[in-house]
Write a protein that binds this ligand. Structure first.
Ligand code: SAH
Ligand code: SF4
Length: 359
């Protein structure tokens, strides 16, 4: 049993009940054995929780009454509280503020039909990395989310929106690779064909570029795509936006990404926020072309979304021109539609107001 597995099983509330969401099939089988039940009851429980998306034990119709009673006494689903259900933006995008057991809050976003119903979920409460364009970065880090809290954001959105999600992106609050073990566990739970059943091609983990963890990602080869938040093509520019570039400068990052490109079947996506007169000039496109040479990559351009930073988004005209320069450099690129800006549900606008730890 790995350290993280032990940690997960040890996630018990003050009333010593075992939290079910976040446990793997093998762990549920072990858990039901501690209740004196055969392992196949664990498989049934897994099927109900993840495949059928049923969190209430009394609704698990093929479980015998005695087993249900034991489950009620010794476990709980671990559901998230709903602190706020945002009003849908004009494009249908809707933000949810979920309350965790300790009173802290995280945000998740539902983006209907973009294409397919998509959830943008959080991996941490806050973030330690302090990128200067990002609202979450201003909060600092409160704590990592457990795998159960990550998976439940997806299920809670399905329950609240009455939908079946087909895409999940880790682009909400937090740096997923700073919470590596729980994020990988959640990715495996989300993609298990016998469970939640999302396709690996429709699961994207976005990272600012934590090099040692990208190395682990390459070794573990989890069933998800990786997206890199690049935002600048030189160290000098990147450092002005994100302090993390000091620890992991571009040369180090791209060495690691080239190694990853050798083994992964997925295209690596690069995200690039368009900031007026900062990273939207012809020279920037030429530098990007050089950087992305020999990497099977796709560039996702994103308009800077307004936070309280001084920086301004590039104009539509500047973005158009920039895309032309990139194409001339042989870089594949698309402009990501900025969704949910009017309800502050867009990327980089996630800032859980007044996180309130209960202690
Ligand atoms: N920490 C991870 C994932 C969360 S941020 C990361 O940085 O990749 C998800 C995406 O939103 C990242 O690409 C991030 O750069 C982007 N983002 C953050 N603030 C933004 C803003 N103000 N406007 C547009 N995109 C922003
Ligand atoms: Fe953290 Fe990502 Fe925001 Fe940077 S952009 S502060 S890494 S959440």
């Amino acid at each position: 049993m790995t350290e993280s597995t032990k940690a997960q099983i040890a996630v018990k509330s003050t009333d010593e009940k075992t939290t079910l969401y976040g446990l793997t099939l093998e762990e549920l089988e072990s858990f039901v054995k501690t209740l004196g039940e055969p392992a196949y009851r664990g498989r049934q429980l897994y099927h109900w929780l993840y495949n059928q998306r049923i969190a209430e034990i009394d609704r698990m119709s093929n479980l015998p009454a005695g087993f249900k009673r034991k489950l009620e006494e010794s476990s709980k689903a671990g559901r998230l509280g709903i602190a706020l259900k945002g009003l849908p933006a004009q494009d249908g995008t809707q933000k949810f503020l979920f309350e965790l057991e300790d009173g802290l809050r995280v945000e998740s976003v539902y983006l209907p039909d973009s294409p397919g119903d998509t959830a943008c979920i959080s991996s941490q409460v806050g973030c330690a990395l302090g990128c200067n364009f990002c609202a979450t970065g201003k909060m600092g880090l409160y704590r990592n989310l457990s795998a159960g809290e990550i998976v439940l954001q997806v299920l809670e959105i399905e329950w609240l929106a009455g939908c079946r999600l087909s895409n999940v992106v880790f682009m909400g609050m937090g740096e997923p690779l700073h919470n590596y073990d729980n994020v990988i566990r959640a990715v495996r739970l989300l993609s298990d064909a016998d469970g939640i059943g999302l396709s690996a091609r429709r699961l994207t983990v976005s990272t600012i570029g934590i090099v040692p963890m990208i190395e682990r990602w390459r070794e573990d080869n989890p069933p998800a795509k990786l997206a890199i938040s690049l935002h600048a093509a030189t160290d000098k520019q990147r450092l002005q936006l994100m302090p993390v570039n000091k620890a992991y400068p571009l040369e180090m990052l791209f060495k690691s990404l080239r190694r990853l490109a050798h083994v992964t079947t997925h295209t690596i996506t690069f995200e690039y926020i368009m900031i007026a007169d900062f990273n939207d000039r012809k020279t920037d496109a030429i530098n990007l072309g050089k950087l992305l040479k020999n990497i099977p990559a796709k560039m996702n351009l994103i308009r800077l979304h307004p936070t309280d930073s001084e920086m301004q988004p590039s104009s539509d005209e500047a973005i158009d021109k920039f895309m032309g320069y990139l194409v001339a450099e042989g870089v594949r690129c698309t402009l990501r539609q900025s969704r949910g800006v009017d309800s502050e549900a867009a990327c980089g606008m996630l800032f859980a107001q007044e996180p309130r730890p209960s202690n």
